[in-house]
Write a protein that binds this ligand. Structure first.
Ligand code: AMP
Ligand code: MG
Length: 418
């Protein structure tokens, strides 16, 4: 943009590379949301605000890893069977009311606290019990089938780091440490608009030249998948005062604004004008296909993201750029999705100097290697292309020709959607 400004998203007129955009986002986007305690049962999907330290050892006590017999390893003969009296029985959740003595075996079950004394457990499958005695085989390793206190988590150690998007297994780990609630970021409040006189709400009659609003539904799901609290503010008509009022009002009560459409070069767009007048707006002309430009700015200090109108371009720019921006605003630290190296089942000539995102579906080839097949048609408007594919192949800036059989990076939708 030409207008001089101190906006944190400002960038020169040169085409911006994907790496530069991600780097700029990482540098300027800071958490903007408050912190609240969240019950463990509701914490999955939330973003952790502080490190969590365990106050206890997990497991809390040494215990048997299998059903079997606890005994002193020193009692085991080097060869042949060792026969010991079965002098006690400890199910999980109970404890032997006395220390075990040398020369005796204690029947134990998985998870049962180790009786005081024995250092080793023989699996019941390897033992023979009859008449109150058990025959143990030679060769059981000292300490076998015994789990130590704190071998999973040591008291005082950090189990989860601030900025983590909590997964079910994180809730499980926190629960194992006796934690009942976690300090989480409040959900990022995002106001969502579509723009354009042609864009029509599904369910309404379609006027001549109109289309139904696809982006608001797709983008809403993407936002909710990130844990955002979305306010659906409908479709903005191409009408100055109403657009300005809607945007200014939304900025007053949200942490971020998101629109789609109206970002074409030279577009006479009222969203653009409202944000230029009330805040600052930049178009990042990105060296990517599909998707340039991406509008970024702020209004009253609230970040604004304008996605392209073409649904496939909106999806690519959302997943690659808006997603890490929003996650950082929401307090997340790990925002880079896993990208997988996959064999290309297609070849392609490509312009150097820009990153291209090719919609691909994944299939295992007869030799067992996962292969990416390009979607047959390329239009940035094709929503069906997103439904029928599994992810985006990212062809790097320095590539000008992809040969079939070469390895390419693929971002599966499953990594970033939902
Ligand atoms: P624009 O970025 O506004 O120039 O839009 C580019 C293309 O995307 C045009 O064909 C628009 O009609 C289409 N488009 C814009 N917004 C939407 C939307 N919400 N849903 C589906 N298509 C859209
Ligand atoms: Mg438009």
């Amino acid at each position: 943009m030409t207008r001089p400004t101190d906006d944190c998203f400002a960038h020169g007129d040169r085409l911006m590379t994907a790496a530069e955009a991600l780097d700029l986002i990482a540098r300027v986007a800071r958490p903007v949301t408050g912190v609240e305690p969240v019950a463990l049962a509701d914490a999955t999907g939330r973003i952790l605000a502080d490190d969590v330290v365990s106050s206890m050892d997990v497991p809390p006590h040494p215990n048997a890893a299998v059903d079997g017999y606890a005994f002193f390893h020193d009692d085991l003969a080097a060869e042949g069977e060792t026969v010991l009296p079965v002098a006690g029985r400890v199910p999980a959740g109970h404890a032997l009311d006395r220390p075990a003595a040398r020369g005796e075996a204690i029947r134990v079950f998985t998870g049962a606290p180790m009786p005081e004394g024995p250092d080793t457990v023989a699996m019941q499958e390897d033992a023979r019990e009859a008449g109150g005695k058990v025959a143990l085989p030679a060769g059981v390793r000292r300490g076998a089938n015994r789990r130590e206190a704190g071998e999973d988590v040591g008291a005082g150690s950090a189990i989860l780091r601030a900025g983590r998007r909590l997964k079910p297994q994180d809730a499980g780990l926190a629960a194992s440490c006796g934690v009942t609630s976690l300090p989480c970021r409040e959900p990022l409040k995002v106001a969502l608009f579509s723009t354009g006189d042609e864009v029509t709400e599904p369910g309404e009659a379609l006027r001549a030249g109109a289309i139904y609003d696809a982006n608001r539904y797709a983008v809403r799901g993407l936002l909710e998948g990130l844990g955002c609290a979305v306010t659906d503010l409908g479709i903005l008509p191409d009408e100055g005062p109403r657009t300005r009022a809607a945007i200014v009002e939304a900025a007053a009560s949200h942490d971020a604004l998101m629109t789609s459409g109206g970002v074409s070069v030279g577009d006479e767009d009222h969203v653009r004008q409202a944000i230029v007048d009330e805040g600052a707006l930049h178009a990042w002309y990105m060296a990517i296909k599909p998707g340039r430009p991406l509008m970024l700015g702020q209004i009253g200090g609230v970040p604004f993201v304008g996605l392209p109108g073409n649904p496939a371009a909106a999806m690519v720019t959302f997943l690659r750029f808006a997603r890490p921006l929003l996650l950082r605003l929401a307090g997340a630290r790990e925002v880079d999705p896993l990208v997988f190296a996959v064999r290309a089942a297609f070849d392609r000539d490509k312009k150097g100097g820009r990153r291209e995102y090719v919609r691909v579906h994944l299939e295992r080839a007869p030799d067992g290697v996962l292969e990416a097949h390009a979607f047959a048609r390329e239009g940035a408007g094709l929503l069906s292309s997103l439904v029928e594919t599994d992810g985006l192949a990212e062809l790097p800036e320095d590539m000008t020709r992809l040969e079939r059989g070469g390895m390419i990076d693929v971002l599966p939708f499953s990594e970033v959607v939902g």
